[in-house]
Design a protein around this ligand. Sequence first.
Ligand code: MTE
Ligand code: MO
Length: 319
Amino acid sequence: MLIQPPPDIASSEITEERIFLNRREFIHTAAGATLGVATGGLALGKDAEAMSLGQEEIPNVQPGPFGTDEPKNSFEDITSYNNYYEFGLDKRDPSRNAHTLTTSPWTIRVDGHVAKPADYHIEDLLKGIPLEERVYRLRCVEAWSMVIPWVGFPLSTLINRFQPTSKAKYVEFTTVLRLSEMPGARRPVLDWPYVEGLRMDEAMHPLTILAVGLYGKTLLNQNGAPIRLVVPWKYGFKSIKSIVRMRFTADQPRTAWNKATPNEYGFFANVNPTVNHPRWSQRSERRIGRFFRQPTLMFNGYDDQVASLYNGMDLRRFF
Ligand SMILES: Nc1nc2c(c(=O)[nH]1)N[C@H]1C(S)=C(S)[C@@H](COP(=O)(O)O)O[C@H]1N2
Ligand SMILES: [Mo]
């Protein structure tokens, strides 16, 4: 995969762009060819380079429920316009910088109020879980949105395996923190590692998935490889990337954004056009790739599925 730069250009100037272009070339090739994949389950932890480029085809993906039929954003948009602050603050930084993250081997620590706490290898965790495609809207709190064809499975499938006890009221998720591989995390933008959380009923809801791929292939690092959360009725920052820990707690987790700016980023973060961010309106959004703004829908359009979770709650107070 490595291409030597011409001698008159300093390699430091062009490496990032070459890697990016290289990846796209590889994707086009991969789309036409069947890559070596393991039978049954997800072929994770195979060839290190293929993994870090995140382009293994995922076999046997079935269409899942709750999909939107709106036009999907392009692979290009989804993989080059990202928020992943551990790799920088600019939307293009993750696609430039995230290739340095090693995603194999990958272990997830499960602890707190569960009958089966352990450090699980991701391959063992995913064994035998059927994968589905879920085409979801992702609404960023910054008032842009995308439509993304995720490959994943309900988070509830895993939670049931861990057997949380009756004390478990919330799940806290943590992103990997490796300063040597994450240039953006060397700056104190957030109180690293990135932490997010859900109430147990939100975590068990059938809309909530863990994603391991998109557009039929394993995730690129900028999208949260090898495994990330997707909670489509909440602002994008709840959908934590590259998860290494799931802790079952009695108390509401202290999340990274809530700690940083509690008056701007609430724990619930439900998409709600009637509750503005203190610095901007949440009434409308710009779908990436479109020119005109469009109205933002209550619970990002998933109100039929999730409104009952918040019966009797004041969503202005619990934003
Ligand atoms: N670890 C981590 N997870 C994260 C973020 C982040 O900065 N770090 N950004 C969040 C935000 S603000 C959004 S909008 C989504 C973006 O997901 P995408 O880049 O895959 O579209 O990831 C979320 N997950
Ligand atoms: Mo976001």
